[in-house]
Design a protein around this ligand. Structure first.
Ligand SMILES: [Zn+2]
Length: 277
């Protein structure tokens, strides 16, 4: 069951995603978005597109198709792209059936930016991403699975990613945001924090904060990955102030568990931060 902190309004991306799963009677995991596209009458093509374009939704009259970049090697990324485009199709269903409408993922590269306000474009992308997450990892069932695991953090995310057929990144973000623990997941590259997500409990803790674009704090375990190439996996309980500068004196004695792991063959590191109860 959903806890009271997850309330989705009618017409929201989550409600749309759960609604389509329910109406198509899809219950088996991992979800196959290709199958959903087929049931919705959406054709999928693959063509080689520029590297900065994962795919696009095309509408010509009443017909719709999804064009996927054949250069994408990762099956989880392909699946997420198809789910994202189905989101565009269902959330922005064009009422003008005669209008030729192609939604490319990078409008600045394809000259359609003039037709879309940047804010509206970003909102549309956020909603399509939310739809994709909820189509592939519906929160009500994902919560049951994630809370029943005996493990937390990166091992749990690994298990859930296999179960749902989703990428480690998207699974990790979904897992962390839904967690009832004070935790955060940080994606860094070449020693710089590129992106992070956190739980409500982490956000509400005044001593916990992270900043995008900042170097990884020098005492954090993740900083070791830059200097020692042989390190792939590090976990320890460390002072909270290694990652955050606590706002009040009581927080200076707080501890945080850091688990950092290198993404193989890259300079990227995933870090799971967790304040023990
Ligand atoms: Zn999009």
């Amino acid at each position: 069951m959903l806890s009271s902190r997850f309330k989705y309004t009618k017409g929201s991306p989550a409600a749309k995603a759960w609604g389509i799963l329910r109406s198509l009677k899809i219950q088996d995991f991992p979800i196959d978005p290709r199958c959903i596209a087929e049931l919705l009458g959406i054709v999928i093509w693959e063509r080689e597109l520029p590297d900065n374009c994962d795919g696009c939704l095309m509408r010509v009259g009443s017909a719709s198709g999804i064009l996927i970049n054949a250069r994408i090697r990762s099956e989880t990324r392909r699946k997420f792209t198809i789910a994202h485009e189905i989101g565009h199709y269902l959330l922005e269903n064009d009422t003008d059936g005669d209008q030729r409408n192609t939604v490319f993922e990078k409008p600045s590269e394809y000259g359609t930016k003039e037709n879309l306000e940047k804010k509206a474009y970003l909102q549309s992308e956020t909603r399509a991403n939310q739809f994709a997450v909820e189509l592939l990892m519906p929160t009500p069932i994902f919560l049951v699975d994630s809370t029943s695991l005996p493990l937390i953090g990166l091992p749990a995310i690994n298990t859930l990613a296999s179960q749902y057929g989703t990428s480690f990144t998207s699974t990790g973000i979904h897992y962390t945001r839904l967690s009832n623990q004070a935790c955060a997941i940080v994606f860094s590259e070449a020693g710089i924090i590129r992106y992070f997500a956190y739980s409500n409990k982490f956000r509400k803790n005044k001593d916990c904060y992270l900043v995008n674009g900042q170097p990884i704090p020098p005492k954090a375990l993740a900083s070791r990955f830059n200097n020692e190439v042989c390190i792939d996996d590090e976990m320890d309980e460390i002072p909270l102030e290694y990652w955050c500068q606590p706002n009040h004196s009581a927080g200076k004695n707080d501890k945080i568990i850091e688990h950092s792991r290198r993404i193989p063959n890259t300079k990227q590191v995933i870090t799971f931060l967790h304040i023990p109860n």
